[in-house]
Design a protein around this ligand. Structure first.
Ligand code: SAM
Length: 276
């Protein structure tokens, strides 16, 4: 019988954010695969966990995965952790998880902190539809190209960014996405100097431009303002009828979406035009 791979989240700063289940699983498994074994040993000591550690990081992911799969297939259970937060989220692990699926090894999540979800939950920005893009490209050219691609996204865009790049990144966002676009910046979540900035990109430049920026950051860009249709509902209904081959049903659906109305509201408005 194969063992199980447990993907275990650990705190992103505050050690009280470790779950009871995470502690138990980390004590019970035969081996813990960790990004930086020295860093993780200190964390595990804090919870009295003495399970052996093995390194698993971006430079040995492939070879180590083969080794870990062999151990799992021999019946040992293994936990995967990263330096902080949830493994595989802008952290190594996805290759190992994918290999487990291919080899029929069970994978179980032991959920807990993740900086992006924590930041999103307090950002005040729409959470029903969001996109996480990991770290922004580090070089200016790549970052600007990337911002061009996402500037019109109708969803909240979330990313990780290094503190020494924040100001140049905000300058690019102001230029490409607009200085009046709303942004939230979560800094040092769950730690002593935790803060959440929320306001326009322009205001963020003023706020963070006062001194050097330190600590860990999550950036959350509000959805692009959606273009308002020109004219009244009736105008747009009539224009679509005259200029397209769409059926009334399709027109009503499209106009309802454009104006943020229900289908029946637009249907009522269309009745007069239909009779003409
Ligand atoms: N896997 C982790 C997770 O689930 O959050 C993310 C790992 S990624 C290598 C590390 C980045 O996450 C940091 O550079 C920072 O952008 C963000 N981050 C991690 N901890 C944070 C915290 N306490 N506050 C704000 N951002 C944090």
């Amino acid at each position: 019988m194969s063992g199980t791979l447990y993907v275990v989240a650990t705190p992103i700063g505050n050690r009280e954010d470790m779950t009871y289940r995470a502690v138990r699983i980390l004590q019970e498994v035969a081996l813990i695969a960790a990004e930086d074994t020295r860093h993780s040993r200190k964390l595990l000591n804090h919870y009295g966990i003495a399970t052996p550690l093995i390194s698993y990081h971006e430079h040995n992911e492939e070879s180590r995965s083969t080794q870990l799969i062999a151990k799992l297939q021999s019946g040992e259970s293994i936990a995967l952790i990263s330096d902080a937060g949830t493994p595989c989220i802008a952290d190594p692990g996805y290759r190992l998880v994918s290999s487990c699926h291919q080899e029929g090894v069970p994978v179980v999540a032991v959920p807990g902190p993740s900086a992006v979800v924590a930041a999103l939950s307090i950002s005040g920005l729409p959470t029903d539809d969001f996109r996480f893009v990991g770290f922004l490209p580090a070089k200016t050219h790549g970052r600007r190209q990337f911002l061009e691609q996402i500037k019109a996204e109708p969803q909240t865009v979330t990313c990780y960014e290094a503190p020494h790049r924040l100001l140049s990144c905000l300058a690019d966002i102001a230029e490409i996405c607009g200085a009046d676009r709303l942004i939230a910046i979560a800094r040092e979540l769950t730690k002593l100097h935790e803060e959440l900035f929320s306001g326009t990109v322009d205001a963020a430049q003023n706020y963070f431009g006062q001194g050097s920026v330190k600590g860990e950051l999550v950036l959350l860009l509000s959805p692009a303002p959606q273009r308002q249709p020109e004219g009244t509902v009736k105008d747009v209904l009539q224009r679509l009828r005259e200029e397209t081959d769409l059926s009334w049903k399709e027109i009503v659906k499209q106009v309802a979406k454009e104006f943020g109305l229900t289908g029946s509201e637009v249907y009522k408005e269309s009745l007069e035009l239909r009779q003409k």
